[in-house]
Design a protein around this ligand. Structure first.
Ligand code: C2O
Ligand code: CU
Ligand code: CU
Length: 518
């Protein structure tokens, strides 16, 4: 496996408009090596029980553009894929950057002390050693920095990587599991590039309202890569590591695929679908059959359609699994609400007026991509934002906002404060959280330290197929979602768990809260 030290530094030279044109199917024989999708290097902790990560800075050229300053763990941009399993894991975390970082293990069920939230900052030049005891089912998780007010910029710069949590039994399940061959990690992140090809982070207030959207989609840090796949069944581990973009994934030939895993683990049985929404923070594992027809293109349509990833059939790669298994994981027993269950109403608000509503002329949630990557935008009367003739803010005009902490991004009327505890939860109890989002934007809601089940969404409807398994992040759309969960892991007042919108600009601006489990 090509473990590039700087994944983005490939100098990809291509004659097409990356990420924007309708993809064309290509044959593997026509595939230049430099266009091939690379997997992040694999850090296998299953034998050693140890992992070492150093936050560092690098210079990365994207598609032959001018060099960009990027960050990563153990490399100049982004991070290795960490293979983990149940048992002891000692993480040694070093920070060679010149500002505080954390390593938050998103989806890993560890106590607040080891969770890597904003209270566990690692100062420049310092080292943090965290001995963890892991015990959960196989899943695709991820990790990223989580400094309050800086998470968006940190993740955008590259402080993010993927975790494969395994129990070593995928062969018995009939699931492809050869990393980079029939088991592909796909970290989806859109980024904004200037005309010289430099990756830039320059959010205006309008970008904070909508979450910053890029004008190119990177997969594992590469612009417009092509994935070589065997002519058989391939597992795609999709991780939405974007700051704000919601993908609506499907293939250009509308071929069906099978969902086999959600955020927190495997489904009992595959679910056939042709269309999969994936919001920031969410993961999905799907099986795709590449044995028939020309290689398809993975697209995202929300408004205009855009290419996410092209594929090329590579007959030299072995086909290990050719049919979708009937059953995969253990049955998921629905959590039963105990008598007198604690129910919390949680409402995500944004905007400066008392109703929490934002004017949103022609707003399409996280929507369509035009050639500059702009979706429909909410405007905000209380802030100076350049607006076009339709009242829609114009990107790149009006000052970029330097710090992202505001008071008008709130949960239950309050912006996040590191020194205020929002909930105190009794360890071992089951709670129901009724969560709704405001401001005309779909918010992906995430909770640390727990996996939940979605009881209903859209104000009472049954959970969507993609929300039928264990989740830690759920997209709130069209009315309240009801979540049920048991809090089994401890988080003290010193190291509480977070709950927040995973549009990172919203989170940084204050759409976050914290709780203890004791
Ligand atoms: Cu992915 Cu609080 O984070
Ligand atoms: Cu998290
Ligand atoms: Cu939000």
């Amino acid at each position: 496996l090509a473990g590039a030290a700087s994944l983005g530094g490939l100098g990809l030279a291509m004659g097409m408009r990356p990420g924007l044109s309708m993809g064309q199917a290509v044959a593997a024989t026509d595939l230049p090596a430099r266009q091939r999708l690379l997997m992040p290097p694999l850090l296998d902790t299953t034998a050693t029980g140890r992992v070492a990560l150093t936050a560092q800075s690098g210079l990365t050229r994207f598609a032959g553009g001018a060099p960009s300053t990027t960050w990563g763990f153990n490399q100049g941009f982004l991070a290795p894929t960490i293979l983990m399993r149940s048992g002891g894991l000692e993480a040694t975390l070093d920070n060679s950057l010149d500002e505080d970082v954390t390593v938050h293990w998103h989806g890993l069920l560890v106590p607040g002390e080891h969770d890597g939230g904003p209270h566990t900052a690692i100062a420049p030049g310092r080292q943090l050693i965290t001995p963890m005891s892991l015990d959960q089912g196989p899943a695709t998780l991820w990790y990223h920095s989580h400094i309050h007010g800086a998470t968006a910029r940190h993740v955008y710069s590259g402080l993010a990587g993927v975790i494969h949590y395994t129990d070593g039994r995928d062969d018995a399940r009939g699931l492809p599991s050869t990393y980079g061959v029939d088991d592909l990690t796909l970290l989806l992140q859109d980024r904004r590039f200037d005309p010289e090809g430099r990756m830039i982070y320059n959010p205006t207030y309008a970008d904070i309202l909508n979450g910053l959207l890029g004008n190119r989609v990177l997969v594992n840090g590469q612009p417009s890569p092509i994935a070589g796949v065997p002519p058989g069944l391939v597992r795609l581990r999709l991780v939405n590591g974007s700051n704000a973009r919601i993908y609506s994934l499907h293939f250009n030939d509308t071929r069906p695929f099978h969902l086999v895993g959600t955020d927190g683990g495997l489904l009992p049985a595959p679910i056939e679908m042709t269309y999969l929404p994936l919001a920031p923070g969410e993961r999905a594992e799907i099986l795709v059959d590449f044995s028939q027809g020309p290689a398809p293109v993975l697209m995202s349509a929300r408004g205009l359609s855009m290419t996410v990833l092209r594929f090329a059939i590579d007959d030299t790669l072995p086909v290990r699994i050719s049919r979708v298994p009937d059953r995969i994981g253990d049955a998921i027993a629905p959590l039963v609400a105990p008598d007198g269950i604690i129910t919390r109403q949680i409402s995500l608000d944004m905007g400066g007026n008392s109703s929490g509503q934002v004017q949103s002329p022609g707003h399409q949630p996280s929507g369509s991509m035009d050639h500059s990557g702009h979706a429909g935008h909410a405007s905000h009367a209380g802030h100076a934002t350049a607006t076009g003739p339709t009242g829609v803010p114009i990107h790149g005009q009006g000052p970029a906002v330097s710090g992202l902490i505001f008071d008008d991004f709130r949960i239950n009327g309050r912006a996040y404060r590191m020194d205020r505890m929002d909930f105190e939860i009794r360890r071992g109890t089951i709670e129901r959280w009724i969560v709704s989002g405001g401001g005309g934007v779909e918010h992906p809601f995430h909770i640390h330290g727990v996996h939940f089940q979605v009881e209903s969404s859209g104000g009472g409807g049954p959970p969507l197929a993609q929300n039928s398994g264990w989740k830690d992040t759920v997209l709130l759309s069209g009315g309240a979602s009801s979540l049920i969960m048991r809090f089994d892991h401890e988080a003290t007042a010193r190291f509480p768990y977070m709950f927040h919108c995973h549009i990172l600009e919203h989170e940084d601006a204050g759409m976050m809260g914290q709780f203890t489990v004791t």
